[in-house]
Every structure is written in structure tokens, then in C-alpha cells.
Design a protein around this ligand. Structure first.
Ligand SMILES: Nc1nc2c(ncn2[C@@H]2O[C@H](COP(=O)(O)OP(=O)(O)OP(=O)(O)O)[C@@H](O)[C@H]2O)c(=O)[nH]1
Ligand SMILES: [Mg+2]
Length: 295
């Protein structure tokens, strides 16, 4: 007799920059969600799938929940978080070891009753004194009754199995939602656009990344190379020279690094052209956010 299957949705939530996307990638063993040192890298809800024997975990990476800044983009991102929380079997709240800020506390009342609540304490590799974790956990436990607490290091792949075991306990019996070898619900075009945005987040100074988005305008798999045209949409004329850099060097590096990773993802050579377009104030308007692929 074959074992009955289990399958369920697992939301990964937390304030910006705690390592949610890194954790998702580590759990499924593949990079499907982009990562950068800057807060608010993730803007979309991204499903990542892991199938282990009779258990299928469908993780939902979410944007960092934040209450500091207003604006259409931030409202959209917070909406993605609350919607993701509405339909899950397990919630994994990610925090940074030793750090508990108002941004973490503000998320607690939003965690829905019903799902299993797990606290993943990430970045334990940065801890100097592991004993400091005990009072830290006690302080959080006093504010919210988590069903389980698991210290992990997403960057070093540490303690991921105990975390998966805790998550599995909250998954209901049921049919798999995805094929066993599926990694994500997002098409490769989306992942390609995200990889370009990741390079911009990583390679361009502080302000600009928040005002830009990437749109794939053409995708042709006919020839020996996959030919991709992508457009980086920025908010101001003054952003164009910043993105280009002297002699176009900056943009060149962004395109080269993105092309290499996209080729890896597709397992085929890629020809990538990247253009820049100015669309004034796009991130401030709900309508242009929708046009540009945001929920
Ligand atoms: N040392 C260490 N760094 C980590 C770990 N996990 C993530 N990071 C780093 O933390 C930074 C933020 O990681 P992300 O995965 O983008 O964080 P996020 O929570 O998805 O961020 P947003 O999408 O902006 O909300 C990156 O520089 C990661 O390399 C970890 O376990 N240890
Ligand atoms: Mg993220």
C-alpha cells in the first residue's frame, strides 16, 4: 500500500531583510527568489515547491512586511503578505537571531488563527554567543504562543531538516498541488526579469532600485540561443545615467551577470538586450503597478 500524501501551503513572512527568500531557496535547493542586502527586495508572492516522498511543501515567499513607508508600492507589498496569510496551513515567521524590533512585533497580530505557527530564528551563524538565544526566545514567546521555534541559518543550510519536520506536522492529508519535480509556479520569464532586478538591487546604489522594475518585452527560443529583450522601467530621467554608469559600464555588468544566471536557469546560451525606459512616477500609481505585472 502506498503512503497517503500530504500537501499544504506554507507562508514565509517577516519584516524586510530577515532572510525569507534565502530560506525559501535553501529549503527547495534552488534559487527561485531573488536575494539582496537591501530591504524590500521581494515584491511578489512566489511559490516554491519541495516534494519529499509522500509530502509536498508549497512555500509562499512574501515581501517583507513594513509599516514605515506609505505609497502605492508598499501598500501593494503589504497586501501580498496579508493575502498570502489568508490561505495557508503553516506560517513560518522569520526573524534575525538576537534582533527583535517593532517591525517584528507589528506582524504578530496579523498571523491568522488556525495554521501552525513556527518561529524560524535565522542568521544564527552571526551569533557570537549561542546562549543568548534562550532569553531571546523567551522574550518572543511571552508575546506570542508559537507552536515551534527552530534556530536556522539559511545562508549556511543549517537546521533546515528540523524546520521541515516541524512544518510537515502542520500539513493536511491531500493530493499534491504540483508535479513532483516542480520548483515554482512562476514562469521562467518571470524568473529572468527578477534576476535582472536582483543585479540592479545588488549593483546600483541605494535609492534607484526601489524606483525600478523589469519587463520582458521579447522572448525567442527558436535559434541556438534564447534571445531575450528586457526593459528596465525607471521613474525619472535622472535615473538613466545612474543605471548606465560611466560609458555604460554599470548597465553592462548588470546585463552580463543577469545573462549568466538566466543561461544557468534555462540550461541554454542566452542573448540578452536590456533597454531603459522612463515612466514617471510609475510606482506611485496603482494602475501602472498593475500594468507592470504587480498584483
Ligand atoms: N549571515 C547570514 N546572512 C543571511 C542569512 N540568510 C540571509 N542572509 C542575508 O540577508 C540578506 C537579506 O536576505 P533576503 O533573503 O533577501 O531577505 P528577505 O527577508 O527575503 O528580504 P526582503 O525580500 O527584502 O523582505 C542577504 O544579504 C542575505 O544574504 C543567514 O542565514 N546568515
Ligand atoms: Mg525576499
Amino acid at each position: 500500500m502506498t503512503e497517503p500524501t500530504r500537501c499544504g501551503l506554507v507562508a514565509i513572512v517577516g519584516r524586510p531583510n530577515v532572510g525569507k527568500s534565502t530560506l525559501l531557496n535553501a529549503l527547495i535547493g534552488s534559487k527561485i527568489s531573488i536575494v539582496s542586502r537591501k530591504a524590500q527586495t521581494t515584491r511578489h508572492r512566489i511559490h516554491g515547491v519541495l516534494t519529499q516522498d509522500a509530502t509536498q511543501f508549497v512555500f509562499v515567499d512574501t515581501p517583507g512586511f513594513q509599516t514605515r513607508h506609505g505609497g502605492a508600492m508598499n501598500r501593494m507589498m503589504n497586501r501580498v503578505v496579508t493575502q498570502a496569510l489568508g490561505e495557508v496551513d503553516v506560517v513560518v515567521m522569520v526573524v534575525e537571531a538576537g534582533k527583535w524590533s517593532p517591525g517584528d512585533a507589528q506582524l504578530l497580530p496579523l498571523l491568522p488563527q488556525g495554521p501552525r505557527h513556527i518561529l524560524a530564528i535565522n542568521k544564527t551563524d552571526l551569533l557570537k554567543d549561542r546562549n543568548a538565544l534562550f532569553p531571546y526566545v523567551e522574550r518572543i514567546a511571552a508575546q506570542h504562543a508559537f507552536d515551534a521555534v527552530v534556530p536556522v541559518s539559511a545562508a549556511r543550510n543549517r537546521q533546515l531538516e528540523p524546520l521541515l519536520a516541524e512544518i510537515a506536522q502542520g500539513l493536511p492529508a491531500g493530493e499534491f498541488m504540483f508535479e513532483e519535480d516542480a520548483l515554482t509556479d512562476r514562469p521562467v520569464r518571470f524568473l529572468a526579469a527578477e534576476l535582472i532586478r536582483e543585479k540592479i538591487f545588488r549593483l546600483v546604489g541605494d535609492e534607484l532600485p526601489y524606483g525600478c522594475t523589469v519587463v520582458i518585452e521579447a522572448w525567442d527560443e527558436q535559434g541556438p540561443q534564447v534571445r531575450i529583450n528586457a526593459c528596465v522601467v525607471v521613474e525619472r530621467d535622472s535615473h538613466r545615467p545612474i543605471l548606465l554608469g560611466a560609458g555604460g559600464q554599470h548597465m553592462k555588468r548588470i546585463a552580463t551577470e543577469a545573462r549568466q544566471e538566466i543561461a544557468q536557469l534555462l540550461d541554454r546560451p542566452v542573448h540578452l538586450e536590456v533597454y531603459i525606459k522612463v515612466r514617471k512616477g510609475w510606482s506611485e500609481r496603482e494602475s501602472s503597478l498593475r500594468d507592470l505585472g504587480y498584483e
